[in-house]
Design a binder for this molecule. Sequence first.
Ligand code: ATP
Length: 222
Amino acid sequence: MTARPSTAPVGVFGGTFDPIHYGHLRTAFEVLQAARLQHVRLVPAGDPPHREPPRVAAAQRLEFVRAAAAGEPGFVVDDREVRRGGPSYTVLTLQELRAEWPGTPLCLIVGMDAFLGLPTWHRWTELLALAHVIVAPRPGWIAPDDGLLGDLLARHRALDAEALHNAPAGRILIQPVTQLEISSTELRDLLAAGRDPRYLVPDSVRALIRARHSYSVSQPTR
Ligand code: ATP
């Protein structure tokens, strides 16, 4: 029998964060608390491989994430995907973190929409050997009950957060969080229309977006 890991799990929350918003932050914070993680690493993608190129350059998205995370000791901003260059494959990030945290449970945090796309990710079948997955339900997205992901869920499902503390990787927990129907896509549209993102993003992020004219149609930032 393998020994129970002696340190609490580390959360890994990746995203394009174009821009980061309260849907991301509240989800990360509730998962941090509910799963009793030691911290959540916010990992902005430098070059997200499965989507359109981001509207705003990686350095600026990283700046927004740093501003959003400031003052919350449970959040650590991890800039490795921005520094690494090349496509920001999660499997590479988890491999690096696994080497840095041998034996510590790692928990990849994804929204339900991202979980449903998992089979399109680079080397996705290796992910559960490197980390647990915590899935946050998101308005409009339903957990799979059949097919590839339904089977995966049935085989690996954890019934509570305790299971994530008992092994370094390999379990999937669906963790209910407050459902906030905010998306970066809608924020970009709102900003491009010249509207105010107040109460959808932290004030610090709003101030930076304004100062940099990041999403205005007339003043592209890259
Ligand atoms: P976009 O609209 O540009 O696709 P997004 O708002 O979905 O962006 P991403 O940066 O692509 O944000 O998402 C990063 C992660 O955060 C993904 O796992 C996604 O499922 C999750 N996520 C995003 N918004 C929410 C939300 N409102 N509630 C819960 N999870 C979310």
